[in-house]
Design a protein around this ligand. Structure first.
Ligand code: NAD
Length: 436
């Protein structure tokens, strides 16, 4: 089944009259249990996947009855609170790719949320695109995301979703039409709006902390290289110009965007150039700090040897192609890598906190940017670099260790309630309730 295309899998499930199913980690048996005997083979494969499976508490799935998309919610850890993380809508070639993506991304959210010091666990939603449908059609999208909202409601709040790659704020409004367990909804419905400016500000905090730690002074005389000038990249340029950096060298694959920004920033200390998709020469820029703000996997054995920057600190998710190998390669080359999931936290912080109401100049957001709070970006980066230097270990590996420890601190009010919710869903035979 792992090698099936998701639609072939959906067809198989339909033939077996399965519309909802789950895989739950049974702590006593130390085993992943499938809701249906016919799916135990998949549960065993998940259990044996030592790379991406990390005793995820529960994985819940449904087939949306209208467009036959495979919709999943991967709950990794709920010790610190409800699992929070966005829903990815993506094309997958195999069930294995689909499951691996959900497992890996959910675990990453636990680490990001824990390191941010917020009382949320980690999870991720994944919807596999059905190639037979037109995903640009607003009616189709409305139906898919409304069904996804019903899945959220059916999970009773052990997972709270948000926006991610392939989903947008209109999609989240459609989820919201069916459930209270979503964030990232439009401003007019009480959401928190686009978090990109806050994300960029978090990246700047990381850069400042790293420069200070390395006794390189302020950002004022630094040359910064930026890959990607989208929502975060542009906000980052604005912040860096405010900090009076010496020069910014940026690249983007979108020619129109490049032209627009060349006009917008005319006369500023900024060089922006158009690059092709496979052109990574921006990473070789002669600069002090490099900020990947476009796509994942850009730090790898091909690109790392050409990097001249002393510090890498950017917003793009999953910058290291292979977290263990590439973290070590950067370390060996004497480059300080500030982990992406540490400095790009503000997207999920924005979304996760929107449930608690909106405040202008919100102190709950501001504390992430100050120097006093234990979990602020500045303090977390400083602590990480101090410990990494003392132990002579790469930063990302250490940051994951620190995040994993924090992820096991129970929510101060609700304790490990997410697990109780999962247990009660299983006891009520969740998989026998049909998705409408
Ligand atoms: P975006 O889509 O607005 O911008 C990305 C930009 O990168 C686009 O302009 C695109 O043309 C460009 N690009 C793509 N491939 C490129 C390449 N090979 N070389 C140069 N440019 C390239 O996205 P964004 O919201 O600015 O986010 C940027 C990154 O940060 C993404 O990886 C995203 O997942 C991550 N992130 C964003 C937020 C947020 O608040 N927006 C939060 C956390 C993480």
């Amino acid at each position: 089944m792992l090698q099936y295309h998701p639609q072939q899998f959906v067809e198989n499930l339909t033939n077996l009259s399965i519309q909802r199913f789950h895989f739950i980690y049974d702590k006593k048996a130390k085993k992943v249990l499938a809701s249906h005997p016919a799916l135990q083979e998949l549960a065993d494969a998940i259990m044996n996947d030592s790379r991406d499976f990390d005793q995820h508490e529960g994985l819940f799935f449904q087939i949306d009855p209208e467009h036959k998309t495979l919709q999943g919610a991967f709950v990794h850890r709920t010790v610190r609170g409800q699992a929070a993380g966005g829903t990815r809508y993506w094309h997958y070639e195999t069930v294995e790719d689909y499951l691996r993506d959900g497992l890996r991304l959910a675990k990453g959210m636990t680490q990001k949320n824990a390191l941010a010091g917020i009382w949320w666990g980690g999870g991720k939603g994944v919807i596999a695109h059905n190639p037979q449908i037109d995903k640009q059609d607003p009616k189709v999208r409305q139906s898919i995301y409304r069904h996804y909202g019903r899945l959220m409601s059916a999970m009773h709040g052990c997972y709270v979703t948000a926006e991610d790659v392939g989903s947008n704020v209109i999609d989240m409004a459609n989820v919201f039409a069916q459930t209270r367990f979503t964030t990232c909804i439009p401003l007019e419905y009480g959401g928190s709006g686009n978090p990109s400016t806050a994300t960029a500000r978090g990246v700047v905090c990381g850069m400042i902390a790293a420069c200070e730690f390395m006794q390189l002074g302020t950002l004022a005389d630094k040359v910064i290289g930026i890959q990607g000038t989208g929502n975060v990249g542009v906000a980052l340029i604005n912040f860096l110009l405010e900090q009076k950096v010496k020069h910014i060298i940026a690249s983007d694959t979108n020619a129109q965007q490049v032209q627009h920004l060349q006009q917008k920033f005319i006369g500023k200390n900024l060089t922006i150039r158009h690059s092709e998709n496979n052109d990574y020469s921006i990473l070789a820029t002669d600069c002090d700090i490099l900020a990947p703000c476009a796509i994942g996997g850009v730090l790898n054995p091909q690109t790392i040897p050409m990097i001249k920057a002393k510090i890498i600190c950017g917003a793009a998710n999953n910058q290291l192609q292979d977290p263990m190998r590439d973290d070590q390669l950067l370390h060996d080359q004497g480059i300080i890598y500030i982990p992406d999931f540490l400095v790009n936290r503000m997207g999920i912080v924005h979304c996760a906190n929107e449930q608690y109401g909106r405040v202008d100049n919100d102190p709950e957001f501001a504390k992430h940017f100050n120097r006093d709070w234990h979990h602020s970006i500045h303090q977390t980066v400083w602590r990480l670099l101090t410990q990494a230097k003392a132990a002579q270990v790469p930063t990302a590996i250490l940051a994951v260790k620190q995040a994993d420890e924090l992820a096991l601190q129970p929510h101060p009010i609700f304790g490990h309630r997410g697990q109780m919710i999962i247990d009660s869903l299983v006891a009520a035979r969740w998989h026998e309730h049909v998705a409408e």
